[in-house]
Design a protein around this ligand. Structure first.
Ligand code: GLP
Length: 242
């Protein structure tokens, strides 16, 4: 794994935004996979700024988001789709026809997961997949478990994850959906290149185990060790146990 450590979270975010802008220049038809969470917010702000400055052109890019809450319409204020509209999509020139999202409100959620896998295949696979990491080591919504699922699937969220996402639902964990749809570990590991960003001391233990620990479904991010192109963008706090 290629680990870059920055003094501050803002510096890590700025470097990652530049990394993505370079990828857009090198490969205008790039297929990106995108995360939500607090961590990527400054990266998305950086990309909006680079776009405004004329150095990040998304016009031919395709995006797939990693996950979405189940039972939530795209237009719901707590949906990941709404999050992405606010933090990235409305500030860059993505073609709306090339923005792909899991529909958490689909009548048949299993069929929705199959549809998403097929769309990723039809787009030629994911070139660059950006990731955050949950406080419990989840990636996307692949939660610690006895077994991990390879393909896009329905997930029961861990209590800690509903607490972590409560801000999207008025601060009340009880209002966070108990289920979500997420790309699977195989979907993630098939991407051409992976970049995981983590900031803050709360992530330090998971990051240390992700890099140095054994492969275990109890820490889904540990499986990133199997991929040949993984970059970690960390601030000092998230890297403090390395
Ligand atoms: C959610 C998302 C993950 C993300 C995680 C971390 O659970 N499904 O993709 O990595 O939050 O969030 P934060 O960056 O706020 O710590």
């Amino acid at each position: 794994m290629n680990v870059s450590i920055f003094d501050t979270a803002d510096e890590a975010a700025a470097a990652l935004a530049s990394r993505v802008a370079r990828a857009l220049t090198e490969r205008p038809h790039i297929v990106l996979a995108l995360p939500t969470g607090r961590t990527p917010v400054p990266t998305y702000a950086g990309l909006r700024r680079l776009h405004a400055a004329g150095t990040a052109d998304f016009s031919r890019a395709t995006t797939f988001n990693l996950d979405e809450f189940a039972g939530v319409e795209a237009s719901h204020p707590g949906s990941f789709r709404t999050f992405m509209e606010r933090h990235l999509f409305t500030g860059v020139n993505l073609n709306s026809g090339r923005i792909h999202f899991l529909n958490g409100a689909a009548a048949d959620l299993d069929a929705e997961c199959d549809r998403y896998e097929a769309e990723i295949e039809a787009a030629g696979g994911i070139d660059l997949l950006l990731l955050g990491i949950g406080g419990n080591g989840h990636i996307g919504f692949n939660e610690p478990a006895d077994e991990l699922v390879a393909r896009t699937h329905r997930v029961r969220l861990a209590d800690s994850t509903t607490r972590d996402n409560a801000a999207l639902f008025g601060g009340d964990p009880a209002r966070v959906p108990r289920e979500a749809l997420s790309m699977g570990m195989g979907t993630i590991l098939k991407a051409g290149a992976l970049v995981l960003m983590a900031t803050g001391e709360r992530k330090a233990k998971c990051i240390e185990r992700t890099i140095n620990g054994p492969l275990t479904p109890r820490l889904p991010a540990s499986f990133l060790q199997l991929h040949r192109s993984v970059e970690l963008y960390l601030d000092q706090a998230a890297a403090s146990l390395l």
